[in-house]
Design a protein around this ligand. Structure first.
Ligand code: BGC
Length: 424
């Protein structure tokens, strides 16, 4: 496996570096936490964890690496590991947890999990991702839903447009909004954001069935299907409805355009809601959350979690265990998720503190788990190993930023993905 080999190299260097005396400088009772929550709403959410941990008498050393989607943070994490100095905990999720687990560098927090009854408090779809060979090596903070459309109702009213439930309706509305001199589609042109939009388009075009076949099962025939071609065509059309400032724009800046009424809509996971609420906006009044076009019966899940690195110092280990326990406590799961826009990973949490968007999410999470509409977000590292997801994302971004035809995009997509699959 290519990505595994990368990590193996990193870990070899890590062992070498620690024999040279470059081991972690985390002191007793301290946790150094690497994460990528740097926008307004995200920083507020991360602060909740810091405060609760410090209330237990431990110290939090913040290591925030800016960059939505976490690509930059993962690069920094690998180089920290290479330097023989991994943090105490890092925001890592999905199949990557297994990649790190394969190297034997993770701490086993099963004793904390047993004490906290995690097996009974987590849905099995969540618990399984947190375990490596049957032991807990990670703790989940939330469940984000990715297939959302965020809209500013005042902009729609001004343009005489209706909120869209399908992609045809989306483009009808977009034409009206554009004619009114406003930006229909707030988008940040970064590969992970292009891919976030594309996965929702595929879901809306071919349902959970096509989604699973092309993103999870890597089924070649499905990758060549009309549904994929149509999905690329829809992505292409979006180019006409965003603005000249889109390339390179951060996701939260794009959300800000919707908040301020400069743009009408954004397709983004519900961390965007953290920006609306952080700006004092009310769902249903100042902004609308609705399923991305054609995806009301589906739920793309994205579970944030922290992995824990082995500690030799017992004080650091105690602090690390306290962090793991705190993450699963009801108080943290509530305060954090209200601010973050997500829903708790922990079951049976009170509903009252959560707004209408979160309540829809909670209900749909349960419903889609039964109907088969619950799918892992590929753009957010939940569905495929990073090498495969990267191969997909490369084609999507190249297509979106060139005049490549949808047919050529499908062909390039199949070649890239099959190559990456073969290298695993
Ligand atoms: C993470 C979220 C984060 C978002 C933007 C997602 O991949 O799961 O927690 O807010 O990226 O950085």
């Amino acid at each position: 496996m290519k990505s595994k080999n990368n990590i193996q190299r990193i870990v070899k260097s890590l062992v070498l570096a620690s024999t040279l005396g470059l081991s972690s400088v985390v002191s007793a009772g301290e946790v150094e936490v690497l994460h990528f929550w740097t926008s307004g709403g995200e920083a507020k959410s991360a602060a909740a964890l810091k405060e609760l941990l410090e209330a237990k008498g431990h110290q939090w050393r913040d290591f925030a690496v800016a960059g939505g989607g976490g690509d930059a943070a993962m690069t920094v994490l690998k180089s920290r590991a290479v330097a023989g100095n991994p943090p105490t905990a890092a925001q890592v999720k999905g199949p990557s947890i297994q990649e790190w687990g394969n190297e034997g560098v993770l701490a086993n927090v099963s004793a904390v999990a047993a004490e906290g009854d995690w097996d009974n408090l987590l849905p099995s779809v969540v618990a399984n991702v947190m375990k490596y060979e049957g032991d807990y090596v990670a703790a989940p903070v939330n469940v984000h839903r990715v297939n959302w459309l965020w809209a500013n109702p005042a902009v729609f009213e001004q343009a005489g447009a209706a909120l869209p439930n399908t992609w045809d309706e989306f483009f009808d509305a977009a034409d009206k909004i554009k004619a009114a001199g406003l930006i229909p589609f707030a988008h940040g042109g970064q590969p992970w954001q292009d891919f976030t939009v594309f996965e929702s388009i595929v879901l809306g075009t071919g349902g959970a069935d096509l989604y699973n076949k092309v993103f999870v099962e890597l089924d070649e025939a499905s990758m060549k299907s009309d549904g994929m071609k149509k999905s690329f065509e829809i992505l292409r059309r979006l180019n006409d409805y965003t603005d000249a400032g889109s390339p390179g724009r951060d996701w939260n800046v794009a959300t800000g355009m919707v908040i301020e009424g400069k743009a009408a809509m954004q397709v983004m996971g519900d961390w965007a809601k953290g920006e609306f609420t952080n700006a004092g906006k009310m769902p249903g009044k100042d902004f609308v959350c609705m399923a991305a076009p054609g995806t009301a019966d589906a739920f793309t899940f994205n579970i944030d979690s922290f992995i824990f690195f082995d500690q030799s110092d017992s004080g650091a280990r105690d602090a690390q265990n306290a962090l793991a326990a705190t993450i699963m406590e009801p108080e943290f799961q509530q305060v954090f998720n209200v601010a973050k826009g997500s829903i708790p990973a922990r079951l049976n949490m009170p509903r009252e503190p959560f707004d209408a968007c979160a309540l829809t999410s909670m209900d749909d999470f349960v419903k889609t788990a039964e109907t088969g509409g619950l799918v892992p977000s590929v753009a957010h590292g939940m569905a495929a190993y990073s090498a495969v997801a990267g191969a997909m994302s490369d084609v999507v971004t190249k297509f979106f930023n060139s005049d490549m035809s949808a047919e050529d995009a499908v062909a390039a997509y199949v070649t890239n993905v099959m190559e990456a699959k073969a290298s695993l």
